[in-house]
Design a protein around this ligand. Structure first.
Ligand code: FES
Length: 69
């Protein structure tokens, strides 16, 4: 079993290191770049979902994380 690390980048995508498999809601495999991190869109503006295409930069996305309180 591999280790996965998730990093919430500042005002940008979710970086996932160690991801080896991803599927859509219907089980369809989503191709990943082997040996490279995946960057998942969390701003909702990407035209390449679920991956980031850089649109968060022009969308003014605020990725501040909510407090745990
Ligand atoms: S986080 Fe980059 S396009 Fe959405």
């Amino acid at each position: 079993m591999s280790d996965i690390k998730i990093t919430f980048t500042e005002n940008g995508p979710i970086r996932v290191d160690g991801l080896t498999e991803a599927v859509g809601h219907d089980g369809t495999p989503i191709p990943l770049r082997e040996g490279k991190p995946s960057f998942l869109c969390r701003c909702g503006q990407s035209s390449n979902k679920p991956f980031c295409d850089g649109s968060h930069r022009t969308a003014g996305f605020d990725g501040a994380l909510a407090s745990a309180e």
